[in-house]
Design a protein around this ligand. Structure first.
Ligand code: SF4
Length: 492
């Protein structure tokens, strides 16, 4: 355990996130003052003690080396804090200081520098809105947030593209709908979403759809007359529903909402073993315009290792079938840093994806979530078996570029392998509009189903959220309360 002490409240979360980025495999605890509950980082595991002190116009950082304090095993750094600095400026100064201290101590440079938020593109977006030039924005990202030049250019490139796409979308007056179907054929090793085995739930799926219908009904009445821009049905794996259940869900949406102005209708057909011609024809009948078939890897041994029971061949067949049935906007997701995968495995995946020619590709960096079985797997096999490096990122990026795709949205998560990012690439005209609206938080998204979070975006940019319970059985039992939460957030 790595202990950090600070004498000021308010920045514990930022401190924790940045220290964790340098030490992803460690538990990190931030203590206020000297009250570390008797715990210390100097535990003989070659971990430093980190002390942050706010004192008379200064922030002082002391990183003390290992358990035996040699004279040369500590470093002290400081930065001035003036009365004119607002909270954000103080926070940035603190994070720069901490970044420099830990970077010196570990010898590591993080691609996103001291930036720990999940939406880094918001920064260049805001600066572009304020009239900043591209050169100024790149300098800002490098000097304030210590972002590498390559990542600064990527963030700026995406911000410019998002602004162009959003300019054509007239998003402020509309809203989007997200519907969660929390069932999957099996649970992936790294899964941290709300997901239940469809086999275990097959007798209650209709109860779930009953509850969902009540929520859909309420929102459809409340938002009647407003423009629905995008619908995204995710999960889970919505195509684990039977053709009849899928038809029931899409028919409800069809009857309740005016879809005249709908710009995009996405459904995640994530797992190849859940896709059939009958289900695809239901999607076609209800005008689903974009689907996602997500192999994550095209290496059979890895698929087995991560708990997927489909084959590489099934991915190719499902993709071919969808194309044959007229789906002309198909996304694929892959993950870099999967257990045991080497750069050559990523090359093989990209070569196989290229042969299928999807319209968009989302490249994820594996994120290690405490709730997932992956944490246990790491405990047994070590973190070294998850390798996401600049080389694998470059293989994926150049593969997307070679298919004619451009990066159009990006987000980060906590504990990502290699401290990288998730990037959505697409062919021009095939950009996922919902992904941008949701990631940049520029439009109200009403989210229905277990484990979903709705966001109301006000004209002044203010955002309010309400969530649904994660547990699907509880969601069914408490559907009236879920509707009440929506009422409180959306009815005024
Ligand atoms: S497909 Fe997605 S939601 Fe389903 S188990 Fe795998 S990671 Fe979880």
């Amino acid at each position: 355990m790595l202990a950090v002490s600070t004498n000021q409240t308010d920045f514990e979360y930022d401190i924790h996130s940045l220290v964790k980025a340098f030490y992803p495999e460690q538990e990190v605890k931030v203590f206020l003052g000297a009250d570390s509950g008797g715990e210390t980082g100097s535990s003989g595991e070659n971990l430093p003690d980190v002390h942050i002190t706010f004192d008379e116009g200064k922030i002082l950082l002391l990183v003390i080396g290992f358990s035996d304090y040699h004279d040369d095993s500590y470093q002290a750094l400081g930065v001035e804090v003036t009365p004119s600095m607002d909270r954000i400026a103080v926070k940035n100064a603190l994070k720069q200081l901490l970044y420099h201290g830990l970077s010196r101590h570990t010898g590591k440079q993080l691609p996103w520098g001291a930036l720990t938020g999940i939406r880094p593109v918001k920064i260049p977006m805001k600066l572009l809105e304020q009239g900043g030039t591209e050169a100024e924005i790149l300098t800002h990202l490098g000097s304030v947030y210590l972002v590498s030049e390559e990542k600064a250019r990527l963030a700026l490139d995406i911000a410019v593209r998002e602004r162009e796409i959003l300019a054509a979308a007239d998003y402020p007056s509309g809203y989007s709908l997200y519907i969660g179907i929390p069932f999957c054929p099996t649970t992936c090793l790294y899964c941290s979403f709300t997901s239940y085995s469809i086999a275990g739930w097959k007798d209650r799926v209709d109860d779930y759809l009953d509850a969902l219908e009540m929520e859909i009904d309420y929102i459809a009445k409340l938002y009647a007359g407003r423009r629905l821009d995008t619908v995204y049905i995710g999960g889970g794996t919505p195509t684990t529903l039977s053709p009849c259940q899928l038809e029931r869900l899409l028919a409800i949406i069809d009857r309740r909402f005016d879809r005249r102005d709908l710009q995009e209708y996405t459904l995640e057909a994530g797992r190849a073993d859940s896709i059939t011609a009958e289900k695809l024809s239901v999607l076609k009948r209800y005008h689903v315009s974009r689907i996602s078939i997500n192999p994550q890897t095209m290496n059979q041994a890895t698929l087995a290792r991560i708990g997927r029971q489909h084959t590489v061949g099934q991915v190719q067949e499902a993709f071919g079938l969808a194309r044959q049935m007229g789906f002309d906007n198909i996304n694929m997701d892959i993950i870099l840093g999967l257990p045991g995968e080497s750069p050559d495995d990523v090359r093989r995946t990209m070569a196989a994806v290229r042969l299928m020619r999807p319209d968009s590709l989302t490249v994820h960096s594996l994120a290690v979530k405490r709730a997932s079985s992956l944490s246990r797997w790491i405990h047994e096999h070590g973190l070294d078996s998850l390798k996401n490096t600049e080389e694998t990122m470059e293989i994926a990026m150049s593969g997307a570029r070679d298919m004619g795709m451009k990066p159009y949205y990006l987000y980060r998560q906590k504990n990502m392998a290699g401290n990288f990012e998730n990037t959505g690439y697409a062919l021009p005209g095939r950009y996922g509009i919902y992904n941008i609206l949701m990631m940049e938080e520029v439009q109200t998204v009403i989210a229905l189903g277990a484990g979903t979070v709705s966001k109301r975006v006000y004209g002044d940019g203010r955002i309010e959220r309400c969530d649904n319970v994660k547990d699907a059985a509880l969601y069914i039992d408490k559907i009236s309360e879920m509707i009440d939460r929506k009422k409180r957030l959306f009815s005024s």
